[in-house]
Each structure stands twice: as structure tokens, then as C-alpha cells.
Write a protein that binds this ligand. Sequence first.
Ligand code: CS2
Length: 486
Amino acid sequence: MTRLASLEQVPAELRPSYDPAEHGTGIVHLGLGAFHKAHQASLTDLALSASGGDWRILGVSLRSPKASEELAPQNGLYTLIEKGAGGTVARVIGSVSGAICSAGNPGPALDAMAAETTKIVSLTVTEKAYGLDRATHGCDPSHPAVAADLASPDAPQGVLGLLVAALKRRRAAGLAPFTVLCCDNLPENGVLLKGAVADFARRLDPELAEWIAAEGAFPSTMVDRITPAATAATLAEAAALTGAEDLAAIETESFCQWVIEDDFPLGRPDWAAAGAIFTDDVAAFEAMKLRMLNGTHSMLAYAGFHAGLPYVRDVMDDPSLSQLVRRHLAAAAATLPEIPGIDTAEYGAALARRFENKAIAHETFQIAMDGSEKMPQRIFAALAEARAKDVDIRPFAFATAAWARHVSGSTHDCAAYELRDPRAAELSAMVSGKDAAGIAEALREAGFVPAAAAADDGFWAETATILEAMLARPMAEVIAEEAGRG
Ligand code: CS2
């Protein structure tokens, strides 16, 4: 079977309705992973079909060349397989014009970002890659990539270093800054990233920082599409559908949502034609998604993984844990401000159906990754609002205990695993040799726990009690007992 490299190889019904060669590149995307291919690149493909424009995407992988090595020989083409209640739909995406890796060689990525034709630089690099200081809304100079790039700003490897080096070149060339579009699961992601970029620039060149602060557009976004890592089965399915070997194929759910603040001074693709929602109040949508979808995801991932449930769909087949999923969804919903036109009960019911999707093999262990970066906006922010609104905090204590159980590395009722977290070493040292109360006390003091959550004695006492049971007895038993509380 020949490798996918041209649309002529694939059945006509799988091809885009436009000719990719007729559209120039207007977007550079940092973080060429599964999520980008399933979300922004797919919506851009639909926008190009609907309204055209020079909006194809140069994808940049920042760390490993794997994604660019899969896509570049295929001229950016790949199969997107969408699976939902209505069955499976596939198409070949034409919106990616090229793929490169910036690790060890940032020149081509910087040239592309600095080019006048580039109007938008978008990002899906995961929460941990930014080097944000969420408390000050600046950058964290002790973050490894931030520290390295502050020391060698002309050979940047990290996100902030690349953005600032490219913006510096644009300013020197008399060009307007590109719009920076953060598509990671962070609250007010545009505001956070703008603060971090300006702070990073200020440490090198205060005038550049002022220019970025005054002229830069950093719209906030809420992104949503459940996308597991591709497997051999994904690639085999793509080959069967297209008749070509496709090493970059990806599968995802049929649901897709993108809520974007409309602040694109240099223009943008017609993403609204592809179903994106433009609004002035992304923050409310973001809080809803982070606390309901992602918060519940984190809870079910820690509890499910330790109860021997490898996939989210298995969790939903477990009567007790799926009950706790619904409990968490309802508690998270109760912490939210009202969003005009949105019924959070309906949204929660739709989320439960998405988690039940039998066609999607979403690993609990994958979601359990990077808890120190995820817990603050998913669980601790909800806790603070729960206290303010007199909502039962038990679901948040249960989620935190399940995370603490995972951090403890204790494997009395599950196989040994590696703690995948940027702070893994620090967390393991903090909890080592401690009992449940000691672990809860130690985690409470971790720098990434927001002050309001850290100060909540009752919450940590409740967390310690649940953790004690989780450390002493099989997770499945603790889950059943928790569900029995009603
Ligand atoms: C998940 C998200 O891995 C995780 O932490 O919660 O990747 C989730 O699947 C997406 O945000 C869905 O849009």
C-alpha cells in the first residue's frame, strides 16, 4: 500500500471540496498533536470549504519530531475519523500545508511566524509547556524552558521564547503582531498567555513588552473535542477507508465545540461557518467546560484507573462510578455563574452521553497525567465557588483524594505505574512515607494549590478521611461505598 501524499489517491467522497494548493498559509500552529488535528485543523478545513482564504496551517512540533515526520511526507494530508451515535464519518483534511519540528532548530518556525503572510499563531502545547505563573499572571522564570530561553533568547526552544523572538522580528520589520490564539484548557487562556508573553519580553526588552501589551491580540477560547491518542487500529481503519497508508490518521468523537473571543485584527478563517461560536464571554464557557467536563474527567480518571477501569467508557459501565460521575457533574454545575442560553443540567447529561461513547477508547491513565497542572482550574476553583455558594464539597474532596491516591504511587490494588506529571519527583518526595493525613497536609501546601483551597481546613480533613479508605481498601470498594452515600 502506498503512503498517502496526494488527494488523488483517496476516494472522491473523502476529499475536501476545495483544492488545498490554491490556498496560502496564514496560520502557524505550535503543538502539532492529536487534539489540533481533530479540532482546529478540522474546523479550518471546513472553513476553507465554506469560504476559502489563505488560511492553511503550518504545524510545528516543539519537542519530538514524531508528528512532523508523520505528516510532512504526506504533504500535510491525514484522515480524520469521527465516531458518534450516528456512526462513523471520515474525511481527509487538507488544511495543513506543512509540518516541521522546532526542537534544536527554531529557525524555520521563527521565519514562518515572522512572515507577513502569517496572521495567527495558535497553540495546543498542554498546560505544562507554557511556564505560566498563574498567581501573578506573568511567566515563571524557574520553569525549565522559560529559564533556558531567557538565557538564550535567540535560540528559543519553549513556547514563550518562540513567541517573543518572532514578535521581536515582526516589530523590527515594521509588521503588526500576529494574533496569538491559545487553545489549551486553561481559564481565560488568552489573558494568561498575554501576561506571560509580556512578562517574558519585559525581562529582555521592555519596549518590546510595551508594544506587545499595547498591540497584541490574545483572544481567549474554549476548545472541546474528546480525542484519544491514535492506535494501530486507527491507522488500519484509515488505510481501509482511503486505500493509502496513513501514519498521521486520527480518530475522535463526533461532538466538537469551539467558543472564541472575536479579536483578530489581522483577520481569521470563517470558523463560524464551521460551527465555532464567537462571543464576548468566553470565560463563562471555559469555567463550565473546565469544571464539568475536565473536572469530572480528572475525578473519573484517578478513581477509574485505580479501580482497574482502563477506559472512560468502562467507567460509565460501572454503576457506582458512573453515579459519582453524575454527582460530580451536578456539583460542578452548581458552582457556576449563569450563562444566558445554557442549561447546565442538559450540558451535563450530554457530557455523560459523550463519556459513554463505546466507539472511543479514551484511557483513564492518559487523563490522569499532569494532575498538578489540571487540578487548580478543574477542582480547586470549583471548590472555592462551592464554599461561596454553599454547595456540598464532598465531590471535590473525593476527586482530590483520588488524585492524592494516584500521587501516592500506592499500588496495593492495581498494577505499578509511572506518575506522569511535570512535578512528579517533587510530588513523590512530598508524600513519601506519609499516611493519609500526612499526604493531604503535604499536598495542601504544594505551591500550585490556590490560596483559597489551601486555607480550607474542613476540605482537607474530608479529603484525608476519604484518602485513608482509598489507601487501606480496594478502590472499587471505596467507590461503591461513596456511591451508596447518595
Ligand atoms: C482531558 C481532556 O486529558 C484530559 O485531561 O480531560 O483532554 C479532554 O478530553 C478535552 O479537554 C476534551 O475537550
